[in-house]
Design a binder for this molecule. Structure first.
Ligand SMILES: Nc1ncnc2c1ncn2[C@@H]1O[C@@H]2COP(=O)(O)O[C@H]2[C@H]1O
Length: 310
């Protein structure tokens, strides 16, 4: 495999111990980049039980979860500053080690202004309301420019997405000749009156064409019974499949996405009896999967190796 993924949080809401957060590393490397951080320690605990960190040597000074948080996570990518993507990072900041937080300038400005301001939370960042504790270095990354992920051999570039009223972002990771795309929350271009996903499909098309794209993580928050007026900047299976058809066109046409690993993220749980959105979304995506994609529906604590068919 090229990339190892650990699912720390997989839900798109409600369960405050299971919100969007994934760890990614180049296969076999010691350190990870966190992709969003809605939930950290409660996901690390579950992943430890699942054996996801069995390759780590115990740190005599720390609990196993403390070792993963402080030593295994080299830094964070925050796709946008919505609470369900940063809550774990904020709550666990008190016991974290110094590290960078990468994001678009607009995202990190919200982190600084609305959370790290000594009113909502102590200022663990390196700018804003004084005194700045400087545990986290906020790293504004201009869209489309490659940067090194400190403490790993990953390189990365960010691309803006439209999520209702918020600018969200996708991170494209590169290691050797292999690429992986992680999408923060996003709606379909048609619904958002945007062309940002189409811009991304044109970017990823050539990578997919030459077999360099090893997978993607993308949201599908709601099942198809949720109509466009109530998607609030998210995708449902019909819109995700339409977007992926546009990607197929950009990647060389019919059959060009066959076998691509697509990890479905940010499914919103329901409090209604007798509904199972995860099941419903999985059924709808599989029923419409004329593209030959390999959909994954990870649970908290799962370890995934991408590409999966190797
Ligand atoms: N106009 C709205 N009315 C009701 N709920 C909303 C509205 N806009 C956003 N939300 C909810 O607020 C949530 C914020 O996080 P999400 O974007 O994941 O999903 C969003 C919806 O669940």
């Amino acid at each position: 495999a090229d990339f190892d993924l650990v699912a720390l949080g997989v839900d798109g809401g409600l369960q405050n111990g299971n919100l969007s957060a994934w760890l990614v590393r180049a296969d076999g490397e010691p350190r990870y980049l966190a992709l969003d951080a809605g939930t950290l320690l409660s996901g690390i605990d579950v992943a430890l039980q699942h054996g996801a960190f069995d390759d780590r040597k115990p740190d005599p000074a720390l609990t196993p979860a403390g070792d993963v948080l402080r030593n295994a996570i080299a830094g964070y990518f925050v796709s946008h500053a919505h609470l369900d993507h940063v809550a774990g990072l904020l709550v666990d900041a008190t016991d974290d080690s110094p590290k960078p937080i990468y994001g678009l300038a607009s995202t990190l400005a919200v982190l600084s202004r609305d959370y790290f301001n000594w009113d909502a939370w102590p200022n663990f960042a390196d700018r804003g309301t004084t005194p700045a504790l400087k545990q986290y270095t906020l790293r504004d990354e201009p869209p489309g420019q490659w940067f090194a992920v400190d403490g790993t051999s990953l390189r990365a570039a960010l691309y803006p997405l439209t999520h209702d009223r918020v600018t969200s972002s996708m991170i494209l990771l590169q290691h050797g000749g292999a690429y992986l795309a992680y999408f923060g929350d996003t709606g379909a271009d048609t619904v958002q009156h945007s062309d940002r996903l189409q811009t991304i499909w044109k970017l990823l098309g050539p990578l997919q064409k030459r077999g360099a794209l090893k997978g993607m993580l993308i949201e599908c928050s709601y099942p198809d019974r949720v109509d466009d007026a109530h998607l609030y900047g998210h995708l449902n299976p019909a819109w995700l499949l339409r977007e992926l058809q546009r990607f197929e066109q950009a990647a060389g046409g019919a059959g060009s996405l066959r076998g691509l690993d697509v990890v479905v993220t940010h499914i919103k749980p329901s409090l209604r009896r007798a509904t199972d959105p995860r099941r419903e979304i999985a059924d709808q995506l599989r029923a419409g999967n004329t593209l030959g994609l390999h959909f994954h529906f990870a649970q908290q604590g799962d370890l995934l190796k991408l590409p999966s068919a190797e």
